[in-house]
Design a protein around this ligand. Structure first.
Ligand SMILES: CC(C)(COP(=O)(O)OP(=O)(O)OC[C@H]1O[C@@H](n2cnc3c(N)ncnc32)[C@H](O)[C@@H]1OP(=O)(O)O)[C@@H](O)C(=O)NCCC(=O)NCCS
Length: 162
């Protein structure tokens, strides 16, 4: 059983564990230097980790793209899967997107990655596009999005001077 979990901004000392989880999670992981460069030098990205008793259980990577929040990566250590950590990371990103006023949050998943797609659907993401040969091995991707703010919200805000 996992103890209490907190989601916090990843520190430089967490990056080694993030890379380890990445490499355990994907057959085509991001190269290590790409991770480090994105973490250190991309001012439009943020990484958050789920921690229990100081141990990193999973992470989520976000890119801020104008009105859109892009979940660029989410992975949980294989030992800690199936216990709600992925859900917590996604819910954290959705709440952050709402707080920061993004119109929508989106992501891509391999067509074969039914587990991830189930998680996203559970949290209200809808499939919007199939991306032909999106991955290096030729597999198609599925783009999914969740609307966070509608035009009517803006009208409401304007009318009520919120
Ligand atoms: C996808 C991933 C992040 C989910 O993390 P997790 O901590 O195991 O997820 P949770 O325990 O919060 O489960 C969330 C939902 O995922 C789905 N899910 C999880 N395990 C599943 C399984 N074995 N079979 C089917 N669906 C599953 C379910 O919809 C589940 O919701 P439920 O528990 O209410 O049924 C994790 O499996 C992972 O790291 N996979 C490898 C990396 C990856 O594929 N990332 C996504 C790239 S698009």
């Amino acid at each position: 059983m996992i103890g209490e979990i907190e989601i916090v901004k990843a520190k430089i000392t967490d990056v080694k564990k993030i890379i380890e989880i990445e490499e355990k999670s994907y057959k085509d992981p991001w190269p290590r230097d790409v991770f480090i460069i994105d973490y250190m030098f991309n001012s439009s990205s943020d990484y958050f980790v789920a921690k229990s008793h100081g141990k990193v259980l999973g992470f989520i990577g976000l890119w801020y793209e104008g009105e859109k929040l892009h979940i660029i990566n989410v992975a949980v250590d294989p030992e800690s899967r199936g216990q709600g950590v992925g859900t917590m990371l996604l819910e954290f990103a959705i709440n952050l997107g709402v707080q920061k006023g993004f119109d929508l949050v989106y992501l891509e998943a391999r067509k074969s990655n039914v587990i991830a797609q189930n998680l996203y659907k559970k949290l209200g993401f809808k499939e919007v596009e199939e991306l032909k040969a999106y991955y290096q091995d030729g597999e198609n991707g599925i783009r999914m999005e969740k609307i966070l703010r509608s035009k009517s919200d803006d009208n409401f805000r304007n009318r009520n001077f919120l």
